[in-house]
Design a protein around this ligand. Structure first.
Ligand code: F0G
Length: 456
């Protein structure tokens, strides 16, 4: 295999402050064992998220200088619309300040009590924005998606039979939209195949239900299709993405991921009857429709970033960098979710710390121990983020207990990742000493961001 090297040179650097184990113990205690409460200056390698954390290119910084900050009709808006329009084929595009702003607007219009919104898997902010309206956010992943060791190449697929069963059971009137999350962040960052997207669209069309995409990692999904789905090896990732969008009636995207930008996103639709209502809410909550809560310079950064995110050299490195990280972890015995997807490697916390019950947050135990041991910040995607309370306050665990090691785009080098592998291997060797946590306070939704915990 050819040597995998970063397809960029480093022009600007940001120093990393080293901390001691004793310091980190005290900092974590002060943060109430919630790594969202840490200062980033106290983190050595930050794998909390791949969202908004990309290193921008020299071309993006240069484009920002051309930002037109006019309140209405800026040329940056038109450059943005041109790029997003060429990629998605959508006629009506609205910039927003980030993905959840698009979710807020869309589900305010389409959600409501009694409605059900199925998906391969909803992201946590999507679920919260749907549930806020009184609607139900329903995950219909294929069965393989819940088998950590299965090597199924498209675990992001939606279970078509279950979708059809749902529509037959509750009736199409209760399903205002079906949402495809590409890639399926919360179950492992797995891609969906074009065959599955087409099959889902076919069923939905029969019942007149629109298909929307949560497209924040669409470039990574498209590249996985190129590598894994027969018939796509000679197509560019951009062309594959265009084909995916051609099956959708609308989409939203957090440009903080595959937009290679630090902020921003958009909502886009084909249906003209939605346009006026979206515009009204956009003006109320985000800003005038030609800037949607963003500066002109942000629109420029996204327009340029989208082109860069679809470059083959970039995507080749991105997907193989993540796969190589996964392979090194596999060799140490650390149980991971197979196969690795686009933006992260997920540790199977249920197998890493089987002695910790779901209600005591095995993933959070690993996250906290990893920070103390090595200063690496990961994020729990399990009972803390996705767990629920039953009618009598008992804990309802999600299907998987995971720890996500998200890889910011173009930020860390191979040796940074080697350091993380070594740290995790050491932690795994002493895994029997990991302790669980008790939740002392929690918000009514998206509780993981602000939760206060205490070690058992
Ligand atoms: N959809 C998916 C699949 C996401 O992963 C995210 C954000 C959003 C929507 C919301 O976008 O943050 O711009 O409002 N995911 C981040 C993460 C936060 O860490 O995975 P946003």
């Amino acid at each position: 295999m050819p040597v995998l090297f970063e397809p960029f040179r480093i022009k600007v650097v940001e120093p990393i402050r080293l901390t001691t184990r004793a310091e980190r113990e005290s900092l974590l205690q002060q943060a109430h064992y919630n790594v969202f409460r840490l200062r980033s200056a106290d983190v050595l390698i930050d794998l909390l998220t791949d969202s908004g954390t990309a290193a921008m290119s020299d071309r993006q910084w240069a484009a920002m200088f051309h930002g037109d900050e006019a309140y209405a009709g800026s040329h940056s808006y038109y450059r943005f619309i041109e790029t997003v329009g060429a990629l998605t084929g959508m006629p009506y595009i609205f910039p927003v300040h980030q993905g959840r702003a698009a979710e807020h607007i869309l589900f305010h219009l389409l959600g409501g009590p009694g409605k059900i919104i199925p998906s391969n898997t909803h992201f946590d902010t999507t679920r919260a924005n749907i549930e806020q309206t009184g609607a139900e956010a329903l995950d219909l992943p294929i069965a393989e998606a819940l088998l950590p060791e299965s090597q199924c190449p498209f675990k992001g697929n939606l279970d078509v039979a279950k979708l059809e069963e749902l529509i037959e059971k509750v009736g199409a009137d209760r399903i205002p939209v079906c949402l495809f999350t590409l890639t399926n962040n919360t179950l492992g960052g797995h891609p969906a195949s074009l065959a599955n997207i087409r099959a889902v669209k076919k069923v939905l069309s029969r019942y007149g239900i629109p298909l929307f995409l949560d497209a924040c990692r669409i470039a990574e999904n498209a590249y996985c299709i190129k590598l894994r789905e027969p018939g796509y090896v000679n197509r560019t990732p951009w062309e594959i993405a265009q084909e995916i969008f051609s099956h959708a009636d609308g989409c939203f995207m957090s440009a903080k991921k595959d937009g290679l930008a630090n902020i921003g996103g958009f909502l886009a639709v084909r249906d003209v009857t939605l346009v006026e209502r979206i515009q009204h809410l956009l003006i109320l909550w985000e800003g005038f429709p030609t800037y949607g809560g963003l500066a002109g310079r942000d629109l420029e950064a996204i327009a340029q970033g989208l082109h860069e995110a679809f470059q083959e050299e970039y995507l080749h490195h991105r997907i193989h960098f993540v796969a190589h990280f996964a392979e090194q972890l596999r060799r140490t015995g650390v149980p991971i979710i197979e196969p690795p997807g686009g933006h992260a490697v997920f540790i199977d916390a249920a197998r890493f710390a089987p002695h910790i019950a779901p209600e005591h947050f095995p993933g959070q135990a690993i996250v906290c121990a990893l920070y103390v041991h090595a200063g690496v910040r990961a994020v729990e995607v399990g009972s803390l983020m996705m767990g629920k309370r039953g009618a009598n306050g008992d804990h309802i665990a999600p299907p998987l207990e995971l720890v996500r090691l998200a890889i910011p785009r173009r930020v860390y080098t191979q040796s940074h990742m080697d350091y993380v592998v070594e740290a995790l291997a050491e932690l795994y060797a002493t895994r029997d000493s990991l302790r669980g946590f008790r939740l002392l306070s929690e918000a009514p939704f998206l509780r993981h961001f602000t939760a206060v915990l205490e070690p058992l």
